[in-house]
Every structure is written in structure tokens, then in C-alpha cells.
Design a protein around this ligand. Structure first.
Ligand SMILES: [Zn+2]
Length: 412
């Protein structure tokens, strides 16, 4: 039976043309290999608190013997005090622990438990909801919620940084923005019935024809039509050196719209001038030809790839994974924390071929590398971040939830 399903070049060239076989990236084979595992929840179960401290020290400093003092910065084999599980500096004499001056400073949970929860979190391919972590580990919701967000803070401030070099694919995707109000109680397909007629000279020109007439007034523009809480997720995927193996590095940004200003800000922040950028034919990318070594576009109404290497399919795949995470796992990501979740998806993409142990090490290393938490310290005491992180600059986020003074209606 399987023989008839196999498409060979010689036997059925026509069929192959209609159903091209996708190049395999080897990710599925990796996930089933022994390299992908070798470290599991049962290994973490055996971990003593001292071993957890040493694991974190190794993740943070690359060594559990030699490390920089948190207070004076001197690198040495500082005195280990087993009872306190801290070090005493050989230079300034002050004491420090593995979590001093990190997002986990003043942690209430034992470090071994933090590692176990972080391990669960790191292993979910499409994200892990805080409620599931709460059920699995029997800790307060606020505790796991802030813990997961501290991991995301490490990724946002420590991982999603720096320029890429080589060939990058870039794309934008609409996220959030509620349409239910305008769609409610209206039959499907009726939206255009009452819409004002657009004069012919203002319509998009047909393929091959010259652009005629005055510029489009803003009310017909993409930006003017979109809901106020709609955001644009911009992604840049650096192609791996070995062809056909997928993305090697990912950067994300959130913008208010897919404008020349936002896409240029994103690209100049994360791409070197020698880069080649591949995108779709959106006019906002038009200036890239002057900014980078090369800019190639793919017309999606014709093909997804031109057969000569031009495509932005890796960026489109990222968008699909982001949508799966946003709509399938976290369900209602606020604009305020959209960037944090996007960084999480970028990290999951880039670490997809790491072993479970290295993945845990990587996420802990990022969390320990950014200093004290700026956004989640004192969260349960009402200290919340106020801004959403946009490529245009941080802007004050609208609050969600109940208004001040809200009272429950008591049924009589
Ligand atoms: Zn010191």
C-alpha cells in the first residue's frame, strides 16, 4: 500500500508537481532521539537543595567553584558556607547566594522546586499555562504566575537582544484587537453591504497598471481601519547556516501598525547592514533596498517560494506557532505583556533542538543574567509594570480587570 503512495521523480512527475514533498528539517527525528532527553523530572526529584544551588551556579557563572562576587565583582574561589548555602567573598568579606541580585532574589520557594517548575515550563512546545503549573505543583497561582513571568523577563531582557547577520526572513502578523463588537448580530458576509463606495481611482491598482490618482485618504488605510487594541507582531528569523534546517535565531517586536517606521526600526535594530532580508511585498518594506545589502520579496498571491531561495516561510511558521500559543494555550494575552509572550515563543523556537537539561540550563541562565526583576518584584503587593513594550517606544498600557470601587452584585 505504501509503495503506491511514494512519489518518485521518474514515475509520477506530475503528481510531485501538484504535491511537492516538503524538505525535512530533522526536528521530528531529533525529538525521538536519545539526545533530546536523558534528563527528566525523576532526576530533578533526586536533586538536593545544595545540588540545586550548584546547578544554578553552574548555569549562571559556568562554574560552581569560581564566580564573581555580587558586591565587589572580584572573581575567585570564594569561601562556601554549607549551612547557609552561600559564599563569603575572599576580597570584601560580604556574603552572597546564587540568587543575590537576580530575578529570584528573596525567593520563598526552595530552589529545587523552582527548578522543577521551570523544567515543566521549559518543556511545553506551545507554552505552559500558569494554572496547569499550579495544579501540577500545588503552589499558589500568584507564585507560579510570577515565576513564569520572571523566566519570560529573563528572555525579554536577556535573550531577545543583539543583531543578526546573514539571511533573515521578516514578517508581520496581526494579534489581539477585538472585532466581536462590530461583528455581533450581523450575518456573515454582510459587512460590505452598508460600506461606503470607494471611488475607482482610490482602489488598489490592478497588477501591471501604473498607480493613478491621488494618494489614498487615511480612512481607507490599513491603520485607520484597525481596532485600537490591535497590535502587530514583527518577527525576524535568521536562516541557519546549513540549508533546510530551519531558523537559527529569532527576534521579535510589537508595533502599533505595519508601517515603514516600525519595520525599519525593527530591522535596523536587529540586522547588520551586510544582511539580506526577505519579506512579502508589503510596501512598508520598500526602503530596505537602500538600508541592507539585499532585499528580496516574494509575492504571496503567486507563490510561497520562487524556487531560487526567496521566501519568508520560516517567519510565517513562527507566526503560526505564535498564534497557536496565543490562542491555544494562553487564550487572552494582554497587549501589556504581548512582547514577553512573543519572546517566549522565540526562545522555544531557537532552543527546539536542545536537550531537556540544556534547555533548563539555558532558561535559568537567561533569568539569572538580567539582574533584579524590574517588572515582577512585589507584583503580589500591587507593584505592576505600567507600560507595554513597543518598537515605537514603551507606552502606558490600558488596565484590565475590575475598575476601582467595583462591587459584586449580591443576588437576593
Ligand atoms: Zn566581594
Amino acid at each position: 500500500m505504501s509503495a503506491t503512495l511514494t512519489l518518485s521523480d521518474a514515475a509520477e512527475p506530475e503528481k510531485r508537481k501538484l504535491f511537492p514533498i516538503r524538505n525535512r528539517t530533522g526536528t521530528a527525528a531529533f525529538h525521538l532521539s536519545t539526545d533530546a532527553v536523558g534528563f527528566g523530572q525523576s532526576d530533578l526529584e533526586k536533586l538536593t537543595e545544595k545540588q540545586a544551588v550548584l546547578f544554578m551556579a553552574e548555569a549562571q557563572w559556568g562554574s560552581a567553584q569560581e564566580m564573581p562576587c555580587v558586591h565587589c565583582g572580584s572573581i575567585d574561589t570564594h569561601y562556601w558556607t554549607p549551612k547557609e548555602m552561600r559564599w563569603k567573598c575572599k576580597c570584601c568579606g560580604k556574603r552572597f547566594s546564587v540568587t543575590s541580585n537576580t530575578v529570584f532574589a528573596d525567593h520563598k520557594l526552595p530552589l529545587s522546586k523552582i527548578l522543577k517548575i521551570a523544567f515543566s515550563w521549559a518543556n511545553g512546545a506551545a507554552g505552559v499555562p500558569a494554572l496547569k503549573l499550579r495544579r501540577d505543583w500545588n503552589v499558589a497561582y500568584a507564585t507560579v504566575f510570577t515565576l513564569a513571568h520572571k523566566l519570560r523577563e529573563g528572555l525579554t531582557r536577556g535573550f531577545d537582544k543583539g543583531p543578526l547577520a546573514g539571511v533573515h526572513e521578516m514578517d508581520g502578523m496581526d494579534v489581539n484587537g477585538r472585532r466581536y463588537k462590530e461583528k455581533r448580530n450581523k450575518p456573515l458576509g454582510s459587512r460590505s453591504a452598508g460600506a461606503p463606495k470607494i471611488p475607482a481611482e482610490l482602489l488598489k491598482p490592478a497588477d501591471g497598471s501604473e498607480l493613478m490618482g491621488p494618494a489614498k485618504p487615511p480612512k481607507f488605510g490599513k491603520t485607520a481601519k484597525q481596532p485600537a487594541d490591535r497590535r502587530l507582531l514583527l518577527v525576524m528569523c535568521q536562516r541557519g547556516v546549513s540549508e533546510g534546517k530551519g531558523t537559527s535565531a529569532t527576534r521579535v517586536a510589537i508595533g502599533l501598525s505595519e508601517s515603514t517606521k516600525t519595520v525599519t526600526a525593527m530591522a535596523t535594530q536587529h540586522a547588520s547592514a551586510e544582511s539580506t532580508i526577505m519579506s512579502d511585498e508589503d510596501p512598508s518594506y520598500a526602503s530596505f533596498r537602500d538600508l541592507f545589502a539585499d532585499h528580496r520579496t516574494i509575492n504571496h498571491s503567486v507563490a510561497y517560494s520562487d524556487g531560487k531561495g526567496t521566501s519568508n516561510n520560516q517567519a510565517e511558521s513562527f507566526n503560526a506557532r505564535m498564534r497557536r500559543t496565543a490562542e491555544g494555550t494562553y487564550l487572552s494575552i494582554s497587549n501589556k505583556y504581548l512582547k514577553d509572550y512573543a519572546c517566549e515563543v522565540a526562545w522555544r523556537t531557537d532552543t527546539r533542538k536542545m536537550s531537556t537539561r540544556n534547555k533548563l540550563r539555558h532558561v535559568i541562565r537567561n533569568a539569572l543574567s538580567v539582574g533584579m526583576s524590574l517588572w515582577w518584584r512585589g507584583y503580589t503587593h500591587g507593584h505592576h509594570r505600567e507600560e507595554e513594550l513597543l518598537i515605537e517606544g514603551a507606552q502606558l498600557a490600558l488596565g484590565r480587570g475590575r475598575q476601582p470601587g467595583w462591587k459584586a452584585k449580591v443576588p437576593r
